[in-house]
Design a protein around this ligand. Structure first.
Ligand code: SF4
Length: 302
């Protein structure tokens, strides 16, 4: 591994000067965890951002996460070190398309995954994330809801609720690549292992999993099984690095590749972000309140 000692020291110095914190998503490159004040999934980080005293938040994640941090921390400056850090899944739905679906089902509340733009959140009744999706859906009185954008997460939530979910047909290109055949092969290769699969993965794979949960639940599941030596992890490969560091006596094996969007964030552009205030996240004031309400609804309902 490259020696990042000097760069890490410079970033830590800049953080002090700028009264800044760094929030890092689980899928980041391992060296980024060295400068992070908090590491977690997008929901955990949004909450952490509310509790931390600072003027500036540097978000080591992708664009929709930085927007979510801004929605929950309107008085703080939120920076995303690279504008190339988008999200394929978030790009599968826009406000015009979602409005059309709403027009077809005017009585159905709309729930949207964290992986959406602020403009899409502004059209929804509540945001949700993989760890609270079932709870948020169940919290509505209505029997039919629109669920966007991830069709696989929708499929999973549908299997856990009696409500009728109208899916958007979005997906994540990383999680969709995992095949049932590969999972079966890996289970044969590691017969005493347990597999943990993210619900963004297609149902044909999750139905073979020992456990289905978002990134936030993976460490908890491993901690509950100290006698198991090997875990097969079905989510973006960055999560495996984090879990391996947390559980050095267990073997953590990744079943998936890497998300090119997440890997746009580097220690170099984090330093540049702190030096130059790049790239500041601003949200159109016409949609700000509605998008913020959607996030706050999630917190109330979960
Ligand atoms: S892993 Fe998938 S859902 Fe997550 S940021 Fe990358 S493209 Fe988006």
């Amino acid at each position: 591994m490259q020696d990042y000692t000097k760069l890490i020291a410079e970033i830590n110095e800049l953080k002090k000067e700028k009264n800044a914190i760094i929030l890092a998503h689980n899928y980041m490159l391992p060296e980024i965890f060295e400068v992070a004040d908090s590491v977690g999934d997008s929901f955990e980080l949004s909450k952490a951002a509310q509790e931390m005293e600072c003027e500036t938040i540097v978000f080591a994640g992708v664009h929709f996460m930085a927007e979510a941090a801004k929605l929950l921390n309107p008085s703080k400056k939120v920076l995303l070190p690279s504008l190339a850090a988008g999200c394929f899944m978030a790009d599968t739905v826009n406000a015009i398309g979602l409005q059309r679906l709403k027009n077809k089902h005017p009585n159905a509340p709309v729930v949207v995954y964290m992986n959406t733009t602020a403009a899409v959140k502004a059209l929804s009744n509540s945001t949700l994330t993989s760890s609270n999706a079932v709870k948020v859906v169940e919290s509505f009185e209505e029997d039919t809801l629109i669920f966007a954008p991830d069709k696989h997460l929708c499929e999973y939530v549908q299997s856990q609720t009696k409500k009728t979910l109208i899916p958007w047909q979005g997906f994540c290109h990383v999680h969709t690549q995992l095949s049932p055949q590969y999972l079966k092969e890996m289970k044969e290769k590691y017969p005493n292992s347990l597999s943990i699969i993210h619900p963004e993965t297609p149902e044909r794979v999750t139905k073979l999993a020992d456990h289905i949960c978002g990134t936030g639940g993976m460490a908890k599941y491993i901690a509950q099984h100290p006698d198991i030596k090997t875990f097969l992890i079905g989510t973006e490969v960055g999560m495996t690095h984090r879990l391996q560091a947390e559980f050095p006596n267990q073997e953590i094996i990744s079943l998936m590749g890497s998300c090119i969007n997440m890997k746009q964030i580097t220690l170099e552009n984090i330093k540049s972000s702190l030096l130059n205030d790049t790239y500041e996240i601003n949200i159109d004031e016409k949609i700000f309140d509605a998008a913020q309400n959607s996030m706050l609804e999630m917190m109330k309902r979960s």
